[in-house]
Design a binder for this molecule. Structure first.
Ligand code: MN
Length: 190
């Protein structure tokens, strides 16, 4: 039963993530993690960072289909979020489970990782290690209750060998898949 439900694809492939830099009404970065067949998503106004000394606001946004992680181009006027979208970073991730305060272990098994990530989403405390072209190392997304009871999340970089003080994603305006800048994508350059 377990082998059947796992399937060949699931036992071979690591789950994926994408960060889409998106100039809609305002510039932001959409961070998406594959969890349970969809891309769970957060909009990060200032973008993700490798700086373990700062926390970045991350607003939960609706799940996106898996295939959307391949989208780079311009969303038309009549679509929500009209404007240019860049695949700023993409790769696989490893789910992490917090064994005790500050002690995390990898969850390499695909089915176990999905269960861990679903529970983490519910609990508002998601931990993962990214294997991207720009983002690498261990991170957390933690749900908080801000002023007025409005739910928001915080993007946190755990301190590790990939931490970089002062890291600003806007310093790296280059697509992970096409090498284009956001302006070039907006202009439809090849
Ligand atoms: Mn967006």
């Amino acid at each position: 039963m377990r082998l059947e439900t796992l399937g060949i694809r699931d036992s071979c492939d690591a789950p994926v993530f994408v960060v889409q830099k998106h100039r809609a009404t305002t510039l932001h970065y959409d961070f998406r993690l594959e969890i349970g067949g969809v891309m769970a998503s957060w909009a990060i106004p200032k973008g993700p960072t490798l700086d373990s000394g700062v926390k970045r606001l991350a607003m939960p946004v609706p799940d996106h289909p898996l295939e959307y992680r391949h989208f780079e181009g311009v969303l038309e006027e009549q679509q929500a979020g009209a404007g240019a979208v860049m695949i700023w970073d993409t790769g696989t991730y490893t789910a992490e489970h917090e064994v005790s305060k500050g002690v995390r272990r990898d969850v390499p098994d695909r089915a176990e990782a999905e269960a861990v990530m679903r529970k983490a989403l519910e609990d508002g405390n998601v931990k993962f290690r990214l294997h991207g072209t720009k983002l690498r190392g261990s991170f957390a997304l933690v749900r908080t209750r801000g002023f007025g009871g409005k739910v928001s999340w915080l993007w946190i970089k755990h301190r590790d060998e990939h931490s970089q003080a002062g890291y600003d994603p806007n310093d790296y305006d280059v697509s992970a898949v096409s090498g284009r800048s956001l302006a070039e994508i907006a202009a439809g350059s090849p």
